[in-house]
Design a protein around this ligand. Structure first.
Ligand SMILES: [Cu+2]
Length: 277
């Protein structure tokens, strides 16, 4: 796997996260520190006049990997969830846009107030939709289920791996479960009800300058105070390395890249991150 980053302003230092990430095993979870990233902890809401706009794209270059499907075991509700479940950590549009990457400003200390709109993750055909979300501290994360008759539970863990428990809630169809997001950093969701392929990522920030790339791989951040920033892109990776004794499919090699950008009052900046196989 190789990863490149390009930006209109300059070629920049890229950083690929060195540590592999593992969803929590079903049993014998090893204690490990949670790699919580608390960027923007000192964030202060100010009136933003002449805010700038930052647009960008995450793009795939080169051969596209073939991703596995997973056989649904008898205790995994195959009559509803299907005989197989596609494993889709990497979603690339026909034009090469990479969906589901998290983009944020690094170390931003002041700026506009976040909207704190609730973000809903639905459980649909035994998958989390969307697979990756980003929120600001103080927002509400909601769970719904579009799988009548299927038992799901949402088990949240802080961090990209490890066993730092966040919450665990049953999530039947017809009920909305809510959690107030109070801790910045990455987190993940899994289901313990036999659906070992179910995995979602939740990235929480103390500021509003974050987004998840859409189906075209694009994102937009608005109302950014003029200044020089670093823009961070995170993608969960697409290299499968399952672990002995862990029934959950594991994708390692989370990719993190950073690029600099300078934004002028009412200006428009643009960055492009390039991932490749
Ligand atoms: Cu489930």
């Amino acid at each position: 796997m190789r990863a490149l980053a390009l930006v209109a302003l300059c070629l920049a230092a890229c950083h690929r996260a060195p540590a592999p990430s593992r969803p929590a095993p079903d049993a014998a979870r090893a204690a490990s520190p949670s790699p919580v990233v608390d960027e923007g902890a000192a964030y202060r809401v100010v009136a933003v006049r002449d805010g700038a706009t930052l647009r960008g794209r995450v793009r795939w270059e080169g051969a596209r990997p073939t991703l596995d499907s997973l056989m649904v075991p008898p205790h995994g509700d195959p009559s509803h969830c299907g005989a197989t479940q596609p494993l889709r950590p990497l979603v690339i549009s026909d034009e090469g846009g990479v969906a589901g990457a998290v983009v944020s400003l690094v170390g931003v200390t002041r700026g506009a107030a976040p909207t704190l709109a609730p973000v809903t993750v639905d459980q649909r055909q035994c998958r989390y939709e969307p697979h990756v979300v980003s929120l600001t501290v103080g927002a509400e994360l909601r769970f719904t289920s579009s799988d009548p008759g299927v038992l799901h539970n949402v088990h949240g863990f802080y961090g990209l791996d490890g066993d730092d428990a966040w919450f665990n809630a049953a999530s039947p169809a017809g009920l909305t479960v809510s959690r107030l997001v109070q801790r910045a950093g990455p987190a993940r969701l899994v289901c313990d009800a036999g659906h070992m392929w179910m995995l979602a990522y939740v990235h929480v920030f103390t500021h509003p300058y974050h987004a998840v790339t859409d189906a075209a791989g694009r994102f937009t951040l608005t109302d950014v105070p003029a200044g020089a920033y670093r823009v961070r892109m995170w993608h969960e990776g697409w290299t499968r390395r399952d672990e002995p004794g862990n029934p959950r499919p594991v994708f390692t090699g989370h990719v993190t890249m950073e690029l600099p950008v300078a934004l002028t009052p009412r200006g428009a900046g643009e960055v492009e991150f390039v991932l490749g196989g």
